[in-house]
Design a protein around this ligand. Structure first.
Ligand code: SF4
Length: 171
């Protein structure tokens, strides 16, 4: 059977490959169209995402949606996911063994969608910078929207990076 986004979502929702599933309510595989040209990667689902099973639906998600709109795109045009697919307790950063266990799902999603542009949101996502699968892609690294909301300096950085993204998208 060929690999598919639906299959990955089903696997994520029942996955027990690392301990994160034990404390989480829902797996959050990510969402967006199969032919998305732009692919956003965050760190991990937060509390709201855990409750709904959907990526970036809390305050940071609304901020990200606003930023996406500011460069003339609709959120529905973009694939959005994170490196780990279950909520880490107390919103802590995922551990290296959890990232290693979960990354194959992300790599499969990237292989299926084959986007032109990948946006890495925050330091954890930035660790993907040298993944071979990103070699032929345009990659933008920026801050996590939660950080941009809290710190004016980070907000400026994100606005700058989204301007660069806009240029790439509309080139
Ligand atoms: S975080 Fe990833 S590897 Fe860990 S249980 Fe969830 S889906 Fe599986």
């Amino acid at each position: 059977m060929p690999d598919s986004l639906k299959l990955i979502s089903e696997e994520v929702r029942t996955c027990k490959k690392c301990p994160l599933y034990k404390h989480a309510t829902h797996g959050v595989p990510g969402e967006g169209p199969k032919d998305a040209k732009i692919f956003f990667i965050g760190q991990s689902p937060g509390r709201m995402e855990d409750q709904t099973g959907k990526p970036f639906v809390g305050r940071a998600g609304r901020y990200l949606t606003k930023m996406i709109g500011s460069i003339g795109l609709k959120r529905e045009e973009i694939f959005i996911t994170s490196i780990v697919k279950h909520y880490p307790p107390e919103n802590r950063a995922p551990k290296p063994n959890e990232i290693t266990a979960c990354k194959p799902y992300l790599l499969r999603q990237l292989a299926i969608i084959n986007p032109k542009i990948v946006v890495l949101l925050g330091k954890t996502a930035e660790t993907l910078r040298n993944e071979p699968v990103l070699k032929d892609k345009k990659v933008i690294t920026t801050v996590h929207p939660a950080a941009a909301m809290r710190f004016p300096k980070m907000k400026k950085r994100m606005q700058r990076d989204f301007k660069a993204l806009k240029k790439l998208v509309w080139a």
